[in-house]
Design a protein around this ligand. Structure first.
Ligand SMILES: Cc1cc2nc3c(=O)[nH]c(=O)nc-3n(C[C@H](O)[C@H](O)[C@H](O)COP(=O)(O)OP(=O)(O)OC[C@H]3O[C@@H](n4cnc5c(N)ncnc54)[C@H](O)[C@@H]3O)c2cc1C
Length: 384
């Protein structure tokens, strides 16, 4: 019996486990192979929905389903203490879980994601709103609806974080929301970003800087968040700039999963050193990494994990069945970018081809919403 373990059953782990099971369904039916997903949570969260929840464009209940319901019947699923990983022992090819069990693997896929570090910035928890988890996204929508005027600051504490375009999206959605409500002239919007410009990719930066200028959004860049003073409603940057706010919408610092650090598999922020083409963890030929958890200098996005899953599932199945012909990942990423409450653009790029975002339109907005709706029935189940 050969064991494939998928460590983390979020967006990437679910998709890759389904793809691996589809490729190895005969071997699984014959009892020769096991494919098992381990996750502490028995719910599957569709995190792109959190942005829409924070702006009232999606109901909170639409963002999650039971993980079992989106997994292929050939995939085993362990959650709670049975799925909570406490140590990954690469030398002995095994994972320990909180129930005291040890799980042997022949092939391991690490998809443990990126995690919010509110405590790294003094005052962040008390003073900042965010849409990066469901509970806070729900709270933010209540505040947005009751905001009648004043200063909104949108800030990104640190790079990298998941969904690099999300700060742009929330800024332009807030602008459009208050325009449609007829109170935009009473709302000042300031955008703070920790690297020069409003976004790291030149073509996107150029387009978005133009849109920000047209919409009267002030840019503060470079602005690396040092502290939040919740009482005085003021943020200060490492560069020495201070800004007052009435509402602060901020992206918190991110790190790779704690279990990665505890297992000695990560760098100083728990990102896993990963070959950007083979998606193998450096120094290991039986450990693959994908999604947010890698140290690859590419967007931490669901679409990245999805495109990577084609390479990882193919290579895992080839290793298990002993067949030749490995695949490599060309760096493909696709992201819609909301530019208002009813318009969007998109970017598609890879390691060799930079993105060229089209002029924003309603078609792309409706495509973004349609994609979100179809995620559960088609995408997570890898029907395409
Ligand atoms: C507000 C927001 C908007 C976004 N918008 C978009 C978008 O429009 N387009 C896009 O492509 N992407 C978007 N993303 C990013 C996308 O959601 C992530 O990039 C994607 O979820 C990454 O998938 P993953 O499998 O790497 O990690 P995750 O989906 O986060 O899954 C990681 C899993 O690992 C589990 N785990 C971690 N540690 C342990 C442990 N010790 N034991 C057991 N289980 C563990 C977690 O429980 C989790 O289920 C957005 C994200 C946010 C927050």
């Amino acid at each position: 019996m050969k064991n494939v373990l998928v460590a983390g059953g979020g967006l990437g782990g679910t998709i890759v486990a389904n793809r691996i099971a589809q490729k190895l369904s005969n071997e699984i039916d014959k009892g020769e192979v096991n494919v098992t997903v381990l996750d502490k949570d028995d719910k599957h969260f569709y995190q792109p929905g959190f942005l829409l929840v924070s702006m009232g464009a999606m109901e909170p209940g639409e963002t999650h389903v039971p993980e079992r319901s989106v997994l292929d019947r050939h995939v085993k699923f362990l959650s709670g203490d049975k799925g909570t990983m406490t140590k990954i022992d690469a030398a002995n090819h095994s994972i320990s879980t909180a129930d005291g069990a040890s799980h042997h693997y022949d092939q391991l896929v690490l998809s443990t994601g990126s995690h919010l570090q509110f405590d790294e910035i003094p005052g962040f928890t008390e003073g900042a709103d965010t849409f990066f988890n469901l509970e806070k996204a729900r709270d933010m929508w209540k505040k947005v609806q009751s905001f009648t005027g004043g200063k909104i600051v949108v800030d990104t504490a640190m790079l990298p974080h998941k969904c690099p375009v999300a700060p742009l999206e929330v800024t332009l959605m807030l602008d459009d929301y208050f325009r449609k409500k007829g109170i935009r002239e009473k709302v000042q919007i300031d955008y703070c970003y920790p690297v020069p410009g409003v976004f790291g990719i030149p073509n996107v930066n150029r387009m978005m800087t133009g849109i920000f200028a047209e919409r009267g959004i002030n840019i503060h860049s470079q602005f690396t968040l040092a502290s939040v003073d919740a009482g005085a409603r003021k943020i200060t940057s490492k560069e020495g700039e201070s800004l007052d706010y009435d509402m602060l919408v901020s992206v918190p610092p991110h790190k790779g999963a704690q279990v990665i650090g505890d297992s000695g598999l990560g760098d100083r922020r728990n990102w896993i050193p990963t070959d950007k083409f083979t998606l193998l963890v450096k120094g290991h030929d039986d450990i693959h990494a994908m999604g947010d958890t890698t140290d690859i200098a590419i967007s931490k996005a669901g679409s990245t994990a999805d495109y990577e899953s084609y390479t990882v599932s193919h290579n895992v199945a080839a290793d298990i069945t002993g067949t030749d012909g490995k695949k490599t990942y060309p760096g493909t990423v696709f992201c819609f970018i909301a530019t208002g409450m009813d318009q969007a653009t998109y970017i598609k790029f890879d390691y060799s081809h930079p993105p060229v975002p089209p002029t924003p339109s309603q078609i792309y907005w409706w495509s973004k919403l349609a994609y979100n709706k179809l995620y559960w029935s088609i995408h997570a189940r890898t029907m395409i």
